[in-house]
Design a protein around this ligand. Structure first.
Ligand code: FAD
Length: 417
């Protein structure tokens, strides 16, 4: 890996990134390496090919010194500032870079930085930065989504390792993941938040079965994951035994920040302000006053969101994101959904019913359908409003009658899995 000199100015770094991208990547529109997504079959050659290309590209990016720009040097990063990261992101904007492992970068790495041991950080972070280990988030279960602490999948300690049984659901990217991470119940005698521990699990072992779920768009990006006597060593426990809730909360807060910050699926699906401007021009609607008004409205909201994110990031000064970042996620998915609602309206009747040869109607309607999931993933709008009300504005809390009861005495805790 190239080590970039620690004193490099933002402008010099920007120039280096510009040169490297020009030599190694292709601009959007010139290359078909956009986000994986347009109706591929789970495990299809198309998906395998995309994943292989994304792994290769990420290793090259890391070798060149542009992956993990703000991550400490000892963990495979460059230890530079957020301003260096922002400069790289601006330069990379026009390029069609293969996007993969967003959960590894945005969720797993910050969580390890906050709670991992030195060995865990030095072992896992460089592998994630190079896409050698693709990560999936093992949180939701059939009976535990908004009420995540009510989860039932359990881990039992046997001879220095942990045996895992149970089921997770809605697990994005589990079909291509090398590792997963999430809370499992390690003590049902304790109240629900206290009896959890957080584990990293090898997804390629025989005790892990991944079954795709078909979405309304026809794609399968998330899955059910079944654990039957799967194993993980004690060295893969992040945080102490019984501290899984704290670790999971750090991951959730980082998820909300990254979903709201523009890395989220809805924004990606919509393609941002450039995509709607291109569409309006393509349809020769850009001079229409009403269209311009709507496009500008979207543009303004995107900018407000970006500035809000920048301000919150600066105020936070590298600390772990707190409950106020729920505002970013709530707003981010609302703004992201605006573009996917506007586009089919611009397209007109072809946005509702299209010929099989008409890519435009099909693409934007897929985007519209997919964008609804942003209001659920990573915490639903209602839950985020509760968090903002209770933990940011200090309003009275919802009654939580089961908070102090041992998990095994709760109805859900008495169901064996
Ligand atoms: C696209 C997508 C990707 C996802 N990826 C992952 C992933 O990778 N890993 C993972 O672990 N999970 C993932 N999820 C799951 C996601 O985290 C859950 O769907 C979400 O937390 C909601 O849980 P639930 O589906 O069980 O709904 P429920 O919790 O059953 O909620 C149902 C409805 O009730 C409302 N509700 C629930 N409790 C309250 C309350 N106290 N006050 C007010 N309203 C309430 C909710 O807002 C919602 O409208 C993904 C979901 C989606 C849509």
């Amino acid at each position: 890996m190239t080590t970039i000199e620690a004193e490099i100015s933002v402008d010099e770094f920007r120039a280096k990134a510009r040169d490297w991208l020009a030599a190694n990547a292709r601009k959007r529109g010139e290359a078909d390496v956009g986000p994986m997504g347009e109706s591929h079959e789970m495990g299809s050659p198309e998906e395998r090919d995309y994943v292989a290309r994304a792994r290769d590209f990420q290793a090259k990016l890391h070798d060149a010194g542009f992956a993990g720009i703000t991550i400490p040097r000892g963990y495979g990063g460059q230890g530079l500032t957020r301003a260096h990261q922002a400069a790289y992101s601006q330069e990379a904007g026009p390029y069609a870079l293969p996007a993969l492992n967003g959960l590894g970068f945005g969720l797993f790495i910050p969580t390890l930085l906050a709670h991992g041991t030195e060995e865990q950080k030095t072992y896992w972070i460089p592998k994630v930065l190079r896409n050698e280990k693709i990560f999936c988030q093992l949180f939701s279960e059939p009976g535990a989504g908004s009420d995540l602490a009510g989860l039932q999948s359990k881990a039992e300690r046997v001879d220095g390792e942990w045996i895992i049984n149970g089921q997770k659901v809605w697990t994005s990217g589990a079909q291509i993941a090398d590792i997963g991470g999430g809370p499992f119940r390690t003590d049902a005698e304790l109240p629900k938040h206290q009896g959890l521990s957080f584990f990293i699990v090898d997804m390629h072992q025989p005790g892990v079965e991944v079954r795709p779920i078909v979405q309304i768009t026809g794609e399968s990006h998330f899955n059910e994951v079944f654990f039957t006597d799967a194993r993980t060593p004690d060295t893969s426990r992040v945080g102490g035994v019984g501290e899984g809730w704290r670790v999971a909360l750090t991951m959730l807060m980082n998820e909300r920040m990254s979903l709201g910050g523009g890395g989220g699926q809805t924004t990606r699906r919509g393609g941002g302000e450039g995509a709607i401007v291109r569409l309006a021009r393509e349809l020769e609607l850009f001079d229409d006053a009403e269209t311009r008004d709507k496009v500008i409205d979207f543009f303004i909201q995107q900018r407000v969101l970006a500035l809000l994110g920048q301000r919150m990031g600066e105020q936070n000064k590298g600390r772990q994101p707190g409950p106020e970042f729920s505002i970013m996620k709530l707003m981010g998915t609302r703004v992201g959904a605006l573009i996917t609602e506007l586009a089919p309206n611009l397209i007109g009747p072809g946005g509702q019913a299209w010929e099989s040869t008409d890519e435009l109607g099909s693409k934007w309607t897929q985007n519209l359908l997919a964008s609804r999931s942003g209001k659920i993933a990573g915490g639903s709008d209602e839950i985020l409003l509760n968090i903002i009300g209770e933990r940011v504005l200090g309003l009275p809390q919802d009654p939580r009658v089961d908070k102090d009861i041992p998990f095994k005495e709760m109805k859900v805790g008495r169901v064996s899995i």
